[in-house]
Design a protein around this ligand. Structure first.
Ligand code: SF4
Ligand code: SF4
Ligand code: SF4
Ligand code: SF4
Length: 346
């Protein structure tokens, strides 16, 4: 059993596991410390320096990089801390392309949350604001868009790609004011080794990485990704009777909150206008629409002509799990063969 450390944050005595950072210990105990570059799934790096705290007997320090210690006395807000945080935030947003009304992250943005909390002075920022950097928007990936004019250089995407996806296709590039997240050779993302898992998109705290054509769902339902045997838990979102989003269930025991490109971006077939809505029967070389009665009669007549390994079934990931279960049962128990295949066999 892990060792528990007792410390005090803002006068409240809390307990945290040895090795936990002050930031995580505070958040787990309902004490808010503003932070931007830290993410619960990733290694802490202390880049943004917004999570500064005071520890009795020491200089102000970043709480995401400092482990809890027995008897520690921590303060999360003071005149000096608030001023330092404010300056750190100002430096982060000086070049930011503030166009919240037209940003897909509006109302869900960590930068908005932090500027509200820290109390950024709009007039002061306007006076210091440098000319817009005007990086071109990278629209090359059909599933997500990269806008480095909105990037706050938190590095969450870089660590996600390396630590969770194991791809390492993006990194910090260039220097000073020109610093941005890029791929080798500063090419469009589509020309990199990116596998479009969307893990970085789901963790980007601002509007720098957003899904293409993002539509906010009115409600979400938890289900299982139909595409492969891993069976990752997903939340599908709907709006106006149409499926508009698919996101990972964060505490999924199957996927640990991750998805691949298929589960995250591959469910648009549900509303595809090309989807068949009636059976088709080939007549005189042409596929023509037929009723379900006609189709089922034809199939049952033809099935009688085969038995055992003369017969094979190819199932589809786009059917429900229950449909596919029935299909394999029919193939094995009725047709007497194990000739059955499916793309969902990772
Ligand atoms: S990233 Fe956040 S702060 Fe920036 S424009 Fe979008 S919503 Fe506004
Ligand atoms: S989508 Fe996945 S592979 Fe591509 S950059 Fe993001 S984390 Fe890396
Ligand atoms: S793209 Fe998003 S996640 Fe990546 S460094 Fe910029 S703000 Fe952070
Ligand atoms: S296709 Fe991808 S998201 Fe879906 S279950 Fe398999 S691994 Fe998970």
């Amino acid at each position: 059993m892990s060792e528990l450390i007792t410390l005090t944050i803002d006068g409240v005595e809390i307990k945290a596991e040895k090795g936990t950072s002050i930031l995580r210990a505070a958040l787990e105990n309902g004490i808010y410390i503003p932070h931007l570059c830290d993410h619960q799934d990733l290694t802490s790096v202390g880049i943004c320096r917004v999570c500064l705290v005071e520890i009795e007997g020491r200089r102000p320090t970043v709480s995401c990089m400092t482990p809890v210690e027995e008897g520690m006395v921590v303060t999360t807000s003071s005149e000096e801390l608030d001023m330092t945080r404010k300056v750190n935030m100002e430096l982060l947003i000086l070049h930011h392309d503030y166009d919240c009304q037209n940003c897909a992250k509006n109302s869900y943005c960590k930068l908005q949350e932090l500027t509200r909390y820290v109390g950024i002075d709009e007039e002061r920022i306007s006076a210091m604001r440098a000319p817009a950097l005007d990086f071109p928007i990278d629209d090359s990936n059909p599933y997500y868009q990269r806008d480095m004019n909105k990037c706050v250089l938190c590095g969450i995407c870089v660590r996600t790609c390396e630590e969770i996806q194991g791809d390492e296709c993006i990194d910090f590039a260039f220097r000073g004011i020109e610093t941005r997240i890029s791929v080798l050779g500063d090419k469009p993302i589509i020309d990199s080794t990116c596998v479009t898992c969307g893990e970085c998109v789901s963790r980007c705290p601002v509007g720098a990485l957003v899904p293409q054509k993002a539509i906010e769902p009115t409600y979400e339902v938890e289900t299982v990704c139909p595409f492969c045997g891993c069976g990752c838990n997903i939340l599908v979102g709907a709006r106006g009777g149409k499926l508009v989003s698919s996101t990972a269930v964060e505490d999924s025991p199957v996927s640990g909150g991750s998805l691949c490109v298929k589960g995250r971006y591959g469910l648009s077939f549900v509303n595809s206008p090309e989807r068949l809505t009636t059976p088709l029967i080939r007549r005189d070389g042409e596929l023509v629409e037929a009723s379900w009665e006609e189709a089922i009669s034809l199939i049952s007549e033809k099935l009688g002509q085969y038995k055992g390994d003369q017969f094979a079934t190819i199932a589809s990931a786009k059917c429900t799990v229950e449909d596919n279960y029935v299909l394999q049962k029919f193939t094995r128990a009725v047709m007497g063969t194990n000739n059955i295949d499916h793309c969902a066999r990772l």
